[in-house]
Design a protein around this ligand. Structure first.
Ligand code: ZN
Ligand code: ZN
Length: 341
């Protein structure tokens, strides 16, 4: 009897974990297969295919950045001098992109509830009224920080890079210079972003930086499309600083657009709160990951993304199973008892 009680006590928090989620995808969550001990070529091809083809976040990004580059981008020569005209043009373009992507996703999933709660991880409503948010509402707060700070810092980094390229302070590579390298750089961008994101995000969880900046993003324990880029200006400065790599790596303005739009627009898609767009009973267009959704609920796990297994290497990986949750709670307990001495 005593042993049964003990077993039940141990089971209780674990089943509570499962009840906590409206929807869990196939677990354990998998990370990209590039960094395993025995990399399998077929797994790598399958993973890359799912990331890049056909209608995926990344293929759509390539399309959006191509259109931006061809039709909404001034010549480098124009950007050699800082002028209000082209800077405002870039700002308007970025504002339009952010409103289109986050706005349409919000309308689809939250205003018109086109998918109800199907494939939705956490079915709690977004907070319509709460004192912890700017303007007292989660949506108002998220839209404000995304547009006022997010789009401004995003545009400022683009202006810096384009101006630097135009003046020879950052190296430029055209498609005709080296076609293979040009394309390879597109494929390498998400890897670099993943590396940068993990370390910046770890730093943002350091007490003083967390309180100053990152706590604003973590007001969102449940997330919607506008939550992705809802950050403090200091976090935006750090988050977008991945672009500074282009002061070293020769690249085209197209790469800058792809890189910055990857950072900003996938922040919206990855925070929809849904795993994918469901049409009929088929999943189309993968969106948010359960991996990052758990970070918003539990804070001390899953700092990176699935492109590089940093969380596995540093012991903060939560793979979405009840066993992993028990281990996560144990890690937290022992950390707390160490802090208490
Ligand atoms: Zn987030
Ligand atoms: Zn965080």
């Amino acid at each position: 009897m005593a042993q049964d009680d003990e077993t039940q006590r141990q089971d209780a928090p674990i089943s509570a974990f499962e009840r906590m989620w409206h929807y869990r995808p196939d677990v354990p969550i998998k990370t990209a297969p590039y960094f395993t001990k025995k990399p399998s070529l077929s797994q790598m091809i399958r993973w890359s295919y799912r990331q890049w083809l056909f209608v995926t976040e990344r293929s759509l990004l390539v399309l959006i950045s191509t259109v931006s580059f061809l039709y909404f981008q001034p010549e480098l020569a124009v950007m050699a001098e800082l002028q209000i005209g082209w800077v405002t043009g870039l700002y308007a373009r970025n504002l339009g992109l952010m409103i289109a992507v986050a706005g349409l996703l919000h309308l689809y999933f939250y205003s018109f509830k086109k998918q109800k709660d199907d494939l939705r991880y956490d079915s709690r409503d977004l907070r319509a009224q709460s004192g912890q948010f700017t303007f007292g509402s989660q949506l108002g707060d998220n839209v404000f920080w995304s547009l006022a700070s997010g789009v401004t810092v995003w545009t400022a980094y683009e202006v810096l890079l384009f101006w630097a390229m135009a003046n020879g302070f950052a190296p430029v590579m055209a498609f005709a210079d080296n076609k293979l390298l040009f394309i390879a750089l597109i494929f390498a961008t998400p890897l670099w972003i993943s590396f940068h994101f993990y370390w910046v995000h770890r730093a943002l969880h350091w007490g003083p930086l967390y309180r100053l900046a990152h706590a604003l993003h973590h007001r969102n324990t449940n997330v919607g499309p506008w939550s992705g880029l809802s950050m403090h200006p200091v976090e935006h400065l750090l988050f977008f600083s991945s672009i500074l790599i282009h002061f070293i790596i020769p690249s085209s303005p197209f790469h800058i657009l792809f890189h910055m739009q990857h950072q900003s627009l996938t922040a919206a898609t990855s925070h929809t709160g849904y795993e994918a767009v469901l049409l009929g009973d088929k999943k189309h267009l993968a969106l948010g990951t359960f991996h990052h959704q758990m970070h918003h609920r539990y804070f001390d796990c899953n700092y990176g993304n699935l492109e590089m297994p940093w969380d596995k290497w540093f012991g903060s990986f939560h793979n979405g199973t009840k066993e992993s949750h028990a281990a996560f709670k144990e890690r937290k307990r022992s950390l707390l008892s160490k802090m208490r001495g």
